[in-house]
Design a protein around this ligand. Structure first.
Ligand SMILES: Nc1ncnc2c1ncn2[C@@H]1O[C@H](COP(=O)(O)OP(=O)(O)OP(=O)(O)O)[C@@H](O)[C@H]1O
Ligand SMILES: [Mg+2]
Length: 497
């Protein structure tokens, strides 16, 4: 593995990379940065969470002149949250070279953006629709752009941005450099490449699978009616640090997040019909751990890099294999491990098989978890928390009361009562979700999702027939913070926490 100093980068950029805590390059960075620095067009494909942002961000920042006070680089991204995140990363890479990147996206006040543009950013990171607005108003001019990056280009096509992208690229001088990055490269991308790129070099990192191998991938076959109980039980058993639950429609996201809250989980939803300020605050709370379960449509499937996401749930199986790859890729980032669990109704098994054939990997079947397992999971959580408090916290002032109580009750009875109070018991608050139509696949012609080979190593881990210990919490994952058990207790929750 190469280090960044092998890549003939400038001193300020090396310094900022060190400051960001990057030591070695990832494979996509090692292979694309030199080509991109030469000014060539390129298409970069590599698994989710492997550092594609810096793979284009570093050459982008390097090739921009900090003295010239006009927009020289532009990154197009499919969602607002992704635009914000990419701009943040570019600002970090450019901090010592004094390169400024500005996110430009819908839902944010256009006047505010116009004022921010007057500060003359070197790079803008934009969603296509809002950029078009600024082009019409002539508040952004593209005639001095030297570099264009299309991040998640395939998703921008899915969202119907082809015409917008075409209009935008026509405004940009032809001598520009064009870079295109995604974890998935369906066939339409070749079309974009032919029309808008000059003899692009294709750099595809040949991994063993299209999805990251450190992400364990499971599925549970379950009827629509039982899905919510299964999700709750798995949450109780596994007690994820942070998890994302993907659902098919905005309405189901609303209903699910409400139902999860009713059952005592700290959950919020995010989707495209919410106001931008709501979207921002939900994401912020999820990042700082105030919310533990983020319920989302595919708006959160692409590119978002949130550390601490240990679990991804497909409450509804995605409509196509690309979406599966990206959703699951919200965990297991930058070499971390993760677990992805897909709930599949009997009618959707065909879609699951299609996904397996595209990702060239078996998704392991797990049985429906039982209530007993859910209870055991929560009891384990309580026990761990008690042992932690004994080891780490000052409990002297409780000892007097404890002794008084012990004078009249035996210790096992007392401790059992205390455990009951702080353990979140499986909850049967009635919930009702609007049914979603089962997933039907799009045509699969000509998919090229990376030159994956089957991962033989995963085949022996099949969960068929295993029972009680199948759903035990994974080893090695520890509980975030110290207050997990009491805060998640149902009584606290009912008091509005
Ligand atoms: N060389 C590196 N060393 C250590 N961490 C890195 C390195 N490069 C990137 N990272 C970190 O890895 C994480 C994932 O990076 P990034 O979001 O760029 O992935 P991606 O390939 O674009 O994924 P996706 O396909 O989901 O968009 C980020 O937290 C980033 O800071
Ligand atoms: Mg990315």
């Amino acid at each position: 593995m190469a280090t960044f100093t092998d890549l003939s980068l400038s001193e300020p950029v090396i310094r900022s990379i060190i400051n960001m805590g990057f030591e070695e390059t990832t494979p996509i960075q090692e292979q694309t940065i030199p080509t991109a620095m030469e000014g060539r067009d390129l298409i970069g494909q590599a698994q989710t969470g492997t550092g594609k942002t810096a793979a284009y961000g570093i050459p982008l920042v390097e090739r921009i002149m900090s003295q010239a006070e006009h927009i020289q680089g532009i990154v197009l991204a499919p969602t607002r949250e992704l635009a914000v995140q990419v701009a943040e990363e570019l600002n970090k890479i450019g901090q010592f070279k004094r390169i400024n990147a500005l996110p430009i996206y819908g839902g944010q006040g256009i006047d505010w953006q116009i004022r921010a543009l007057k500060k003359r950013p070197h790079i803008i990171v934009a969603t296509p629709g809002r950029l078009m607005d600024h082009m019409r108003r002539k508040t952004i001019r593209l005639h001095e752009i030297k570099i264009v990056v299309l991040d998640e280009a395939d998703e921008m096509l899915n969202m119907g941005f082809l015409d917008d992208i075409e209009t935008i690229l026509k405004e940009i001088p032809e001598e520009r450099q064009t870079l295109l990055f995604s974890a998935t490269m369906p066939r339409q991308i070749q079309n974009i490449a032919q029309r808008f790129m000059k003899n692009p070099e294709l750099i595809s990192i040949k991994a063993t699978g299209v999805t990251v191998s450190d992400i364990e991938q499971h599925y549970v076959e379950v009827t629509e009616r039982l899905k919510f109980d299964v999700l709750s039980r798995i949450l109780d058993i596994q007690s994820p640090d942070l998890s994302i639950v993907f659902a098919r429609t905005k309405r189901r996201v609303d209903e699910l997040s409400e139902a999860l809250s009713k059952r005592g989980y700290s959950a919020e939803g995010i989707h495209g019909d919410l106001t931008q300020s709501k979207r921002d605050s939900v994401l912020r709370q999820f990042k700082d751990g105030t919310i533990e379960v983020l319920v989302a449509t595919d708006v959160a499937a692409r590119g978002l890099d949130i550390s601490g996401v240990t679990h991804v749930f497909n409450f509804d199986i995605p409509q196509d294999p690309e979406s599966y790859v990206h959703r699951v890729g919200r965990t297991g980032r930058a070499g971390k491990s993760g677990l992805a669990i897909t709930l599949v109704t009997p009618r959707e098994i065909g879609m699951l098989r299609l996904i397996e054939s595209v990702i060239k990997r078996r998704i392991i079947r797990k049985p429906i978890p039982t209530i007993v397992e859910a209870v055991q999971g929560q009891q384990r959580l309580t026990m761990t928390e008690i042992l932690r408090v004994i080891a780490e916290e000052d409990i002297e002032k409780y000892k007097g009361v404890a002794e008084d109580l012990l004078a009249e009750n035996d210790s096992v009875t007392l401790l059992s009562a205390a455990l009951k109070i702080i353990t979140k018991e499986p909850d049967n608050v009635e919930v009702r979700l609007t049914e979603a139509a089962p997933a039907r696949g799009r045509s699969m012609g000509g998919r090229n999702m990376g030159n994956a080979r089957p991962q033989q190593g995963n085949f022996h881990r099949d969960g068929y027939g295993q029972k009680v210990d199948t759903w035990s919490r994974r080893k090695g994952a520890d509980f975030r913070g110290g207050t997990a058990a009491p805060q998640r207790g149902r009584d606290n929750k009912r008091n509005g926490q």
